[in-house]
Design a protein around this ligand. Structure first.
Ligand code: DON
Length: 331
Protein backbone atom coordinates (compact mmCIF):
# COMPACT_ATOMS: atom_id res chain seq x y z
CA UNK A 1 0.00 0.00 0.00
CA UNK A 2 2.97 2.35 0.28
CA UNK A 3 4.32 4.12 -2.77
CA UNK A 4 7.89 2.98 -3.55
CA UNK A 5 9.26 6.50 -3.83
CA UNK A 6 6.66 9.20 -3.22
CA UNK A 7 7.77 12.05 -5.49
CA UNK A 8 7.76 14.92 -3.01
CA UNK A 9 9.27 13.13 -0.02
CA UNK A 10 12.85 13.96 0.80
CA UNK A 11 14.45 10.93 2.41
CA UNK A 12 16.61 12.42 5.10
CA UNK A 13 18.75 10.16 7.27
CA UNK A 14 18.98 12.18 10.45
CA UNK A 15 20.35 10.59 13.57
CA UNK A 16 20.45 13.34 16.20
CA UNK A 17 17.56 15.77 15.94
CA UNK A 18 14.58 16.76 13.84
CA UNK A 19 14.81 19.51 11.18
CA UNK A 20 13.71 23.08 11.91
CA UNK A 21 10.26 24.05 13.13
CA UNK A 22 9.35 25.42 9.70
CA UNK A 23 10.18 22.14 7.97
CA UNK A 24 8.08 20.17 10.48
CA UNK A 25 5.07 22.50 10.22
CA UNK A 26 5.25 22.51 6.43
CA UNK A 27 5.53 18.71 6.29
CA UNK A 28 2.43 18.25 8.46
CA UNK A 29 0.47 20.72 6.31
CA UNK A 30 1.60 18.97 3.10
CA UNK A 31 0.79 15.51 4.42
CA UNK A 32 -2.62 16.62 5.62
CA UNK A 33 -3.44 18.03 2.20
CA UNK A 34 -1.98 15.06 0.38
CA UNK A 35 -4.03 12.36 2.14
CA UNK A 36 -7.26 14.23 2.99
CA UNK A 37 -9.05 12.79 -0.03
CA UNK A 38 -7.90 9.22 0.51
CA UNK A 39 -11.03 7.31 1.45
CA UNK A 40 -9.90 3.67 1.45
CA UNK A 41 -10.82 1.54 4.47
CA UNK A 42 -13.83 1.28 6.76
CA UNK A 43 -14.78 2.87 10.06
CA UNK A 44 -14.88 0.22 12.82
CA UNK A 45 -18.34 -0.84 13.92
CA UNK A 46 -17.89 -3.94 16.11
CA UNK A 47 -18.03 -1.48 19.02
CA UNK A 48 -21.31 0.11 17.85
CA UNK A 49 -20.60 3.70 18.89
CA UNK A 50 -17.38 3.85 16.86
CA UNK A 51 -19.49 3.69 13.68
CA UNK A 52 -20.71 7.24 14.48
CA UNK A 53 -17.25 8.68 13.70
CA UNK A 54 -17.03 11.06 10.75
CA UNK A 55 -14.81 9.30 8.17
CA UNK A 56 -13.53 12.70 7.04
CA UNK A 57 -11.80 13.48 10.33
CA UNK A 58 -8.05 13.74 9.88
CA UNK A 59 -5.71 15.22 12.47
CA UNK A 60 -1.93 15.26 12.85
CA UNK A 61 0.36 16.43 15.61
CA UNK A 62 4.10 16.12 16.07
CA UNK A 63 5.57 16.86 19.49
CA UNK A 64 9.33 17.17 19.74
CA UNK A 65 11.32 15.83 22.68
CA UNK A 66 12.13 19.51 23.31
CA UNK A 67 8.41 20.15 23.93
CA UNK A 68 7.67 22.03 20.69
CA UNK A 69 4.21 21.16 19.37
CA UNK A 70 3.15 21.12 15.70
CA UNK A 71 -0.36 20.41 14.43
CA UNK A 72 -2.46 20.13 11.27
CA UNK A 73 -6.14 19.44 10.62
CA UNK A 74 -8.39 17.88 13.28
CA UNK A 75 -5.65 17.53 15.89
CA UNK A 76 -7.97 18.65 18.72
CA UNK A 77 -10.90 16.29 18.04
CA UNK A 78 -11.45 13.82 20.88
CA UNK A 79 -11.73 10.07 20.25
CA UNK A 80 -11.35 6.97 22.42
CA UNK A 81 -7.74 5.86 22.82
CA UNK A 82 -8.65 2.14 22.43
CA UNK A 83 -5.63 -0.13 21.89
CA UNK A 84 -3.13 2.71 22.09
CA UNK A 85 -3.76 2.59 25.86
CA UNK A 86 -2.04 -0.83 25.85
CA UNK A 87 1.36 0.75 25.19
CA UNK A 88 1.12 3.11 28.15
CA UNK A 89 -0.43 0.58 30.54
CA UNK A 90 2.44 -1.76 29.61
CA UNK A 91 4.90 1.03 30.53
CA UNK A 92 3.14 1.59 33.88
CA UNK A 93 3.26 -2.14 34.66
CA UNK A 94 6.96 -2.38 33.73
CA UNK A 95 7.59 0.61 35.98
CA UNK A 96 5.68 -0.95 38.90
CA UNK A 97 7.04 -4.49 38.43
CA UNK A 98 10.18 -5.17 36.38
CA UNK A 99 11.59 -5.94 32.96
CA UNK A 100 12.01 -9.62 33.90
CA UNK A 101 8.58 -9.93 35.50
CA UNK A 102 6.72 -8.70 32.43
CA UNK A 103 8.94 -10.71 30.11
CA UNK A 104 8.17 -13.92 32.01
CA UNK A 105 4.50 -13.34 32.81
CA UNK A 106 3.30 -11.97 29.45
CA UNK A 107 5.99 -12.24 26.75
CA UNK A 108 7.30 -9.95 24.04
CA UNK A 109 6.90 -11.87 20.77
CA UNK A 110 4.42 -11.18 17.98
CA UNK A 111 1.57 -13.67 17.55
CA UNK A 112 1.40 -13.18 13.78
CA UNK A 113 -2.37 -13.27 14.27
CA UNK A 114 -5.15 -10.73 14.70
CA UNK A 115 -5.30 -8.64 17.89
CA UNK A 116 -8.38 -10.45 19.20
CA UNK A 117 -7.29 -13.98 18.29
CA UNK A 118 -8.36 -16.88 20.50
CA UNK A 119 -6.28 -19.28 18.44
CA UNK A 120 -3.07 -17.41 19.38
CA UNK A 121 -3.61 -18.40 23.02
CA UNK A 122 -4.29 -22.02 22.12
CA UNK A 123 -1.32 -22.28 19.77
CA UNK A 124 0.97 -20.89 22.48
CA UNK A 125 -0.13 -23.18 25.36
CA UNK A 126 -2.03 -20.44 27.17
CA UNK A 127 0.58 -17.69 26.81
CA UNK A 128 -0.91 -14.28 26.02
CA UNK A 129 2.35 -13.68 24.04
CA UNK A 130 2.58 -9.87 24.27
CA UNK A 131 0.86 -6.89 25.87
CA UNK A 132 -0.33 -5.35 22.59
CA UNK A 133 -2.89 -8.01 21.59
CA UNK A 134 -6.13 -8.03 23.57
CA UNK A 135 -5.36 -11.18 25.60
CA UNK A 136 -1.93 -9.88 26.62
CA UNK A 137 -3.29 -6.40 27.30
CA UNK A 138 -5.96 -7.80 29.63
CA UNK A 139 -3.32 -9.88 31.44
CA UNK A 140 -1.14 -6.75 31.67
CA UNK A 141 -3.96 -4.63 33.09
CA UNK A 142 -4.34 -7.31 35.79
CA UNK A 143 -0.76 -6.50 36.91
CA UNK A 144 -1.43 -2.80 37.60
CA UNK A 145 -0.92 -2.06 41.31
CA UNK A 146 -4.07 -1.64 43.41
CA UNK A 147 -6.00 -3.59 46.06
CA UNK A 148 -9.37 -3.18 44.35
CA UNK A 149 -10.59 -2.74 40.75
CA UNK A 150 -11.36 0.91 41.58
CA UNK A 151 -7.78 1.50 42.77
CA UNK A 152 -6.34 -0.20 39.71
CA UNK A 153 -8.51 1.91 37.41
CA UNK A 154 -7.51 5.09 39.21
CA UNK A 155 -3.82 4.16 38.86
CA UNK A 156 -4.28 3.63 35.12
CA UNK A 157 -6.16 6.86 34.65
CA UNK A 158 -3.61 8.84 36.65
CA UNK A 159 -0.67 7.24 34.84
CA UNK A 160 -2.07 7.77 31.35
CA UNK A 161 -2.97 11.36 32.29
CA UNK A 162 0.65 11.95 33.33
CA UNK A 163 1.79 10.72 29.93
CA UNK A 164 -0.64 13.17 28.30
CA UNK A 165 0.14 16.04 30.68
CA UNK A 166 -3.54 16.64 31.42
CA UNK A 167 -6.40 14.81 33.14
CA UNK A 168 -7.88 12.30 30.68
CA UNK A 169 -11.62 11.64 30.96
CA UNK A 170 -13.58 8.45 30.39
CA UNK A 171 -16.14 8.65 27.56
CA UNK A 172 -19.17 7.04 29.21
CA UNK A 173 -20.91 6.33 25.89
CA UNK A 174 -17.90 4.46 24.50
CA UNK A 175 -17.47 2.54 27.76
CA UNK A 176 -21.13 1.53 27.72
CA UNK A 177 -21.10 0.57 24.05
CA UNK A 178 -18.00 -1.62 24.45
CA UNK A 179 -19.12 -3.07 27.79
CA UNK A 180 -22.28 -4.45 26.24
CA UNK A 181 -20.52 -5.97 23.20
CA UNK A 182 -17.19 -7.24 24.56
CA UNK A 183 -18.07 -10.91 24.96
CA UNK A 184 -14.95 -11.86 23.01
CA UNK A 185 -12.63 -10.06 25.44
CA UNK A 186 -14.45 -11.75 28.33
CA UNK A 187 -13.90 -15.10 26.60
CA UNK A 188 -10.18 -14.31 26.14
CA UNK A 189 -9.90 -13.45 29.84
CA UNK A 190 -11.70 -16.66 30.88
CA UNK A 191 -9.41 -18.68 28.61
CA UNK A 192 -6.35 -17.06 30.21
CA UNK A 193 -7.84 -17.87 33.62
CA UNK A 194 -8.18 -21.53 32.62
CA UNK A 195 -4.44 -21.55 31.91
CA UNK A 196 -3.63 -19.76 35.21
CA UNK A 197 -2.39 -16.75 33.24
CA UNK A 198 -4.41 -13.95 34.87
CA UNK A 199 -3.90 -13.02 38.49
CA UNK A 200 -7.13 -11.13 39.24
CA UNK A 201 -10.84 -11.68 38.58
CA UNK A 202 -11.11 -11.97 34.78
CA UNK A 203 -14.34 -10.03 34.37
CA UNK A 204 -13.27 -7.22 36.71
CA UNK A 205 -10.06 -6.99 34.72
CA UNK A 206 -11.90 -6.80 31.38
CA UNK A 207 -13.98 -4.00 32.88
CA UNK A 208 -10.85 -2.01 33.80
CA UNK A 209 -9.39 -2.73 30.36
CA UNK A 210 -12.62 -1.48 28.73
CA UNK A 211 -12.39 1.70 30.80
CA UNK A 212 -8.78 2.32 29.78
CA UNK A 213 -9.80 1.89 26.10
CA UNK A 214 -12.60 4.47 26.61
CA UNK A 215 -10.38 7.37 27.69
CA UNK A 216 -10.74 10.35 25.37
CA UNK A 217 -7.61 11.68 23.67
CA UNK A 218 -6.73 13.89 20.70
CA UNK A 219 -3.97 13.47 18.10
CA UNK A 220 -2.08 16.10 20.09
CA UNK A 221 -2.43 14.05 23.30
CA UNK A 222 -1.11 10.98 21.48
CA UNK A 223 1.91 12.94 20.26
CA UNK A 224 2.63 14.19 23.80
CA UNK A 225 2.23 10.69 25.26
CA UNK A 226 4.56 9.31 22.59
CA UNK A 227 7.03 12.15 23.06
CA UNK A 228 7.24 11.17 26.74
CA UNK A 229 8.51 7.77 25.63
CA UNK A 230 10.85 9.50 23.15
CA UNK A 231 12.18 11.70 25.95
CA UNK A 232 13.45 8.97 28.28
CA UNK A 233 10.15 8.77 30.19
CA UNK A 234 9.89 12.52 30.99
CA UNK A 235 6.87 14.43 29.65
CA UNK A 236 8.51 17.18 27.55
CA UNK A 237 5.71 19.67 28.29
CA UNK A 238 5.13 19.18 32.02
CA UNK A 239 8.74 17.99 32.66
CA UNK A 240 7.30 15.30 34.96
CA UNK A 241 9.09 11.94 34.98
CA UNK A 242 6.37 9.37 34.30
CA UNK A 243 8.48 6.19 33.86
CA UNK A 244 12.19 5.44 33.89
CA UNK A 245 14.34 5.71 30.76
CA UNK A 246 14.72 1.91 30.83
CA UNK A 247 10.95 1.41 30.82
CA UNK A 248 10.58 3.90 27.94
CA UNK A 249 13.22 1.91 26.03
CA UNK A 250 11.51 -1.43 26.72
CA UNK A 251 8.12 -0.08 25.71
CA UNK A 252 9.48 1.16 22.38
CA UNK A 253 11.14 -2.22 21.74
CA UNK A 254 7.80 -3.95 22.26
CA UNK A 255 5.99 -1.45 20.05
CA UNK A 256 8.51 -2.10 17.28
CA UNK A 257 7.83 -5.84 17.30
CA UNK A 258 4.12 -5.95 18.18
CA UNK A 259 2.55 -2.45 18.06
CA UNK A 260 0.98 -2.86 14.62
CA UNK A 261 -0.06 -6.47 15.26
CA UNK A 262 0.56 -8.94 12.45
CA UNK A 263 1.59 -6.03 10.19
CA UNK A 264 4.43 -4.94 12.49
CA UNK A 265 7.15 -6.28 10.17
CA UNK A 266 5.81 -4.48 7.14
CA UNK A 267 5.33 -1.34 9.20
CA UNK A 268 8.92 -1.39 10.44
CA UNK A 269 10.18 -2.08 6.93
CA UNK A 270 8.31 0.91 5.48
CA UNK A 271 8.24 3.40 8.34
CA UNK A 272 11.01 2.31 10.68
CA UNK A 273 9.43 3.55 13.93
CA UNK A 274 7.90 1.91 17.01
CA UNK A 275 4.17 2.63 16.89
CA UNK A 276 0.75 1.71 18.25
CA UNK A 277 -2.62 1.92 16.60
CA UNK A 278 -6.18 1.91 17.90
CA UNK A 279 -9.45 0.84 16.36
CA UNK A 280 -11.02 4.31 16.65
CA UNK A 281 -8.40 5.54 14.15
CA UNK A 282 -5.45 6.80 16.20
CA UNK A 283 -1.78 6.00 15.68
CA UNK A 284 1.23 7.13 17.68
CA UNK A 285 4.69 6.66 16.10
CA UNK A 286 7.77 7.44 18.15
CA UNK A 287 11.30 8.48 17.18
CA UNK A 288 13.46 7.93 20.30
CA UNK A 289 15.27 11.10 21.36
CA UNK A 290 13.43 13.18 18.75
CA UNK A 291 9.67 13.16 19.33
CA UNK A 292 6.42 11.51 18.34
CA UNK A 293 3.74 11.80 15.72
CA UNK A 294 0.07 11.38 16.67
CA UNK A 295 -2.45 10.81 13.88
CA UNK A 296 -6.21 10.40 13.83
CA UNK A 297 -8.43 9.27 10.98
CA UNK A 298 -11.17 6.67 11.50
CA UNK A 299 -11.05 4.60 8.28
CA UNK A 300 -9.15 1.36 8.96
CA UNK A 301 -7.52 -1.40 6.93
CA UNK A 302 -8.31 -5.06 7.58
CA UNK A 303 -5.73 -5.35 10.40
CA UNK A 304 -7.47 -2.48 12.23
CA UNK A 305 -4.93 0.27 11.47
CA UNK A 306 -5.93 3.74 10.17
CA UNK A 307 -5.32 3.98 6.42
CA UNK A 308 -4.59 7.72 6.27
CA UNK A 309 -2.68 7.54 9.53
CA UNK A 310 -0.32 4.91 8.14
CA UNK A 311 0.31 6.95 4.99
CA UNK A 312 0.88 10.06 7.06
CA UNK A 313 3.42 8.27 9.28
CA UNK A 314 5.19 6.91 6.20
CA UNK A 315 5.45 10.34 4.64
CA UNK A 316 6.45 12.23 7.80
CA UNK A 317 8.99 9.58 8.80
CA UNK A 318 10.73 9.89 5.45
CA UNK A 319 10.45 13.64 5.08
CA UNK A 320 11.82 14.38 8.55
CA UNK A 321 14.43 11.61 8.73
CA UNK A 322 12.75 9.73 11.58
CA UNK A 323 13.33 6.14 10.39
CA UNK A 324 15.43 4.42 13.10
CA UNK A 325 17.32 2.33 10.60
CA UNK A 326 18.38 5.03 8.14
CA UNK A 327 22.01 6.15 8.10
CA UNK A 328 24.52 7.74 5.77
CA UNK A 329 28.26 6.95 5.58
CA UNK A 330 30.29 8.66 8.35
CA UNK A 331 32.65 10.09 5.68
O1 DON B 1 -10.63 -4.55 22.97
C1 DON B 1 -10.96 -4.06 21.89
O2 DON B 1 -11.32 -4.74 20.94
C2 DON B 1 -10.88 -2.56 21.74
N1 DON B 1 -11.16 -1.91 22.98
C3 DON B 1 -9.50 -2.13 21.30
C4 DON B 1 -9.05 -2.79 20.02
C5 DON B 1 -8.15 -1.95 19.20
O3 DON B 1 -8.04 -0.76 19.34
C6 DON B 1 -7.47 -2.67 18.11
N2 DON B 1 -6.64 -1.75 17.35
N3 DON B 1 -6.44 -1.53 16.27
Amino acid sequence: MFEAEPPTVKQLALTGSLPTDTAIGQTLTDVHLRYSDLDDGEVADYIPILAEADPAWFGLSLVEATGDVHEAGDSAIGFSIQSISKAFVFALVCHARSHEYVHERIGVNNTGLAYNSVMAIELNHGSPMNSMVNAGAIATTALIPGQTPAEKWENIRTGLSQFAGRQLELDGRVYHSESTTNQRNKALARLLESYGRIITDPLDTVDIYTRQCSLTVTARDLAIMGATLADGGVNPLTKQRVVSAEVARDTLALLASCGMYENSGEWLFEIGLPAKSGVSGGIVAIAPGKGALGTFSPRLDTAGNSVRGQRACFHVSRALGMNLFASTPAR
